[in-house]
Design a binder for this molecule. Structure first.
Ligand code: SMO
Length: 754
């Protein structure tokens, strides 16, 4: 049901409460001293002058925190070599922005001024920032034999035979721009040591408060009951706030050892330099076709950057990209190799999409190259090779199990939505006039939602209904959606439901808000907890109805029975019978992973003189399974498209050959603005997921998956009359212009326009 977000009035009228809004007048301020060099030995570090400054309470260095256990990384791709990470650098700094000391002072200004008085002598070492260079370079990190942290491969069928018998073979090489997630709210943390209860209260803008609690408890050696994590409003995260940072450990340690409240709020430049980046993969693929256009085989070589330390989900982008292959297509013979590589940059972790866009881009470029080589329509070629509904579920060679969907129907609906045949004609007319205009498709499948999540529903003595979720939110409209899910189960209005999350003191143990899982898994937990509340209330209703519990049913009017009292019993009447609140909780585990799917079609034009790309229009069709609130779904898709457009056209984290960050401010790092957004047309298809009780699939990441391949394919299509077949994102006018000029130089005039 379309329902406006209940949280918005508060959020857009200044009523939001972010970590930096939490009042704590006596809190100390912590500021980090960060490395200006990408790789260096710390020859000397003298903090005495800084520590002697007025207002300075402590200066911490790596030595102070030795002995704390490290942050952990989720081994989704199996065994890995993990570079040692210390909360503050010891002996060596590994990237520009790597923190080597922390000043704690009465005010932020005093801390900042003192940090500038830290005396440090660096002996520069040769840094390697580039992914491909790091692959070949000697080990950059102690304890690692090479810079390859992860190296896995798998195969199915006989790829050699497929390529040997192919009519056409196409190759694609892609370099994803590395991007900075850039949430509105930078990282911020406030840690309070409560001496009376000997508890650490850790307020942080996090996607995973329970994980933050568990990590801090483990690292600081506290029982988990003595650490409380609180995430109030979170101003966007996009994967960047999915696990705690070394900085968080320092802040918590400072609060605990000083017995004071300590806060740290990152500046924008600090986050651009030292928070996790996303994407940045180098991928190569080869695809073999028979003469009719059937895909015979696929080989893929995926290289993912990790940067100088590994976040909890550092291996997830590589894992997702590899296991998704071969996407929605029926391909028997497959060989995938996936590696992840450390180097002297900021960490690279999950970012909205997290490997899904990388898989989609590789496949969709290969399909377009195949169509070009075979002289076929790109949509026809895709249709010929898509899995059919009766092929599903299917287990992919990497172990992923695609649970359901109808991809041919999805493609046909997307083409109809856009008026594809008309667009092809129109492209021809415009090309005849000399315009550079292109159409591009981006199809995708999207693993989204597996594992467990929790919910606890309470009916209080006054008849109030609330639900506490182990999941949380960073702007998705979770309060609205969860209230709708529970309201539907309990036959009440959504505004009668209070939704609680983000505080480990009041929310049940949970996973959090990431991996497009919150509605599918967290929402199913809410639904199940609601059903349990009905079951728990049934005996009370039976008593009020003067009927046997078995004969009581629950419907839109409330509890009713065929016999006894002939009037429905509502929740307020149940509440009036209670001596204590009625609670029903649920730890819901999905039967399997839900897979969404979607299709983006882009129409672009390119300015012949400047190379400037205009995305004229996007058509976007997504199958998110059962939809709770179409407004929220559209909002998520639109936001994802905006970030997809950022990646495709504008954004790039840039390091020079010395490992210096060239995109260290929002003057240098180009986020998309409202005026960069094309008009777009959103449509929906609903194939409920068989994997969770709600039938929902994820949608938060979808827009970032479909938009980039559609735009890249469209721009290459626009430039194909000039002979351009390879381009990398972001498709800045300079890059496109260079590609046009070099194609002009390389391609004899008579061969253009094929
Ligand atoms: S990239 Mo998401 O927050 O799992």
């Amino acid at each position: 049901m379309p329902l406006c977000r209940v949280e918005d009035v508060r959020l857009v009228t200044g009523g939001g409460c972010y970590v930096a809004d939490l009042t704590e007048p006596t809190a100390l301020h912590l500021v980090f001293a960060r490395s200006p060099l990408a790789r260096a030995r710390i020859a000397e570090l003298d903090v005495r002058v800084a520590a002697a400054q007025p207002g300075v309470v402590a200066v911490l260095t790596g030595e102070d925190l030795t002995g704390l256990p490290p942050l952990e990384t989720n081994p989704v791709l199996g065994p890995m070599a993990v570079p040692a990470v210390h909360p503050l650098a010891i002996d060596e700094v590994h990237a520009v922005g790597h923190a080597f000391a922390a000043v704690v002072a009465e005010t932020e200004d005093l801390a900042q001024s003192a940090a500038e008085l830290i005396e440090v002598d660096f002996e520069p070492l040769e840094p390697v920032s580039d992914l491909l260079a790091a692959l070949d370079a000697g080990p950059l990190f102690a304890g690692m034999e090479s810079n390859v942290a992860i190296d896995r491969q798998w195969r199915s069928g006989k790829p050699e035979d497929a390529f040997a018998m192919a009519h056409s073979v196409v190759d694609v090489e892609l370099q994803h721009p590395k991007v900075a997630p850039s949430p509105l709210e930078n990282r911020a943390t406030l840690a309070r040591w409560d001496a009376a209860t000997e508890c650490l209260i850790f307020c942080t803008g996090s996607q995973t408060p329970h994980r933050a609690r568990a990590d801090l408890a483990r690292i600081l050696g506290l029982e988990s009951g003595r650490v409380h994590a609180v995430s109030p409003d979170v101003g966007g995260a996009f994967g960047m706030k999915a696990s705690i940072y070394p900085e968080d450990v320092v802040v918590a340690y400072a609060a605990r050892t000083l017995g004071r409240s300590v806060r740290w709020s990152a500046e924008r430049g600090e986050d651009l330099a030292a928070a996790s980046h996303g994407r940045g993969a180098s991928t190569r693929g080869r695809m073999a076709f028979d003469a009719s256009g059937r895909i015979l085989g696929l080989t893929a070589d995926l290289l993912f950057p990790l940067g100088c330390w590994m976040t909890y989900s550092a291996a997830v982008p590589a894992w997702n990209a590899a296991r998704i292959l071969p996407g929605p297509y029926a391909i028997e013979a497959l060989e995938v190799r996936v590696r992840a590589v450390v180097s002297n940059t900021a960490p690279v972790g999950i970012y909205r999409g997290a490997g899904r866009p990388e898989a989609a881009l590789l496949l969709e470029r290969l399909l377009d190259e195949g169509a070009f080589a075979l002289g076929q329509d790109p949509a026809d070629l895709r249709r010929r090779n898509l899995l059919k509904p009766h092929d599903l579920p299917v287990v992919r060679p990497g172990g992923a199990r695609l649970d359901g969907g109808d991809f041919p129907e999805l493609l046909d609906r997307a083409l109809a939505q856009a008026g594809y045949r008309c667009l092809l004609n129109r492209r021809q007319v415009r090309r005849a006039r000399g315009e550079l205009v292109g159409l591009g498709l981006g199809l995708y499948v999207e693993p989204c939602g597996q594992g467990w999540e929790s919910a606890a529903v309470t009916l209080d003595l006054k008849g109030g209904l609330s639900v506490a979720s182990g999941s949380s939110a960073q702007g998705q409209g979770r309060q609205t959606a969860y209230a709708q899910i529970l309201a539907r189960e309990l036959a009440v209005s959504p505004d009668a439901v209070r939704v609680v999350f983000g505080d480990t003191r009041t929310a049940p143990e949970g996973i959090g808000a990431l991996a497009s899982r919150s509605t599918a898994i967290g929402g199913s937990a809410v639904q199940q907890a609601g059903r349990r509340l009905i079951a728990r209330a049934r005996p009370l209703a039976a008593r009020l109805l003067n009927a046997a519990p078995d004969s009581v049913t629950f419907g839109s009017a409330g509890f009713t029975a065929e016999t006894g009292v002939r009037r429905p019993i509502g929740w307020d009447e149940i509440a009036a019978e209670l001596d204590e609140p009625l609670v029903a909780d649920c730890v819901y585990t999905a039967d399997a992973e839900a897979w969404g799917a979607g299709c983006c079609l882009a129409l672009v034009s390119v300015d012949r003189d400047t190379g400037c790309v205009s995305p004229e229009r996007l058509w976007y069709l997504d199958d998110a399974g059962t939809v709770v609130n179409p407004l929220l779904v559209d909002g998520q898709i639109a936001g994802g498209i905006a970030q997809g457009i950022g990646e495709a056209l504008l954004e790039r984290v840039c390091y020079d050959s010395d490992g210096q960050l060239l995109s260290g401010s929002l003057m240098d790092y180009a986020l998309p603005r409202a005026s960069d957004m094309p008009s777009f047309d959103l449509a929906r298809m609903t194939t409920p997921s068989p994997s969770n009780t709600l039938g929902a699939k994820g949608v938060g990441e979808a827009g970032t998956i479909g938009a980039p391949p559609a735009i890249l394919n469209a721009v290459i299509d626009a430039l194909s009359p000039l002979g351009v077949r390879r381009l990398d994102m972001p498709l800045t006018s300079e890059r496109v212009w260079q590609a046009m000029r070099s194609a002009e130089r390389d391609t004899p005039r008579e061969e253009r326009g094929r």
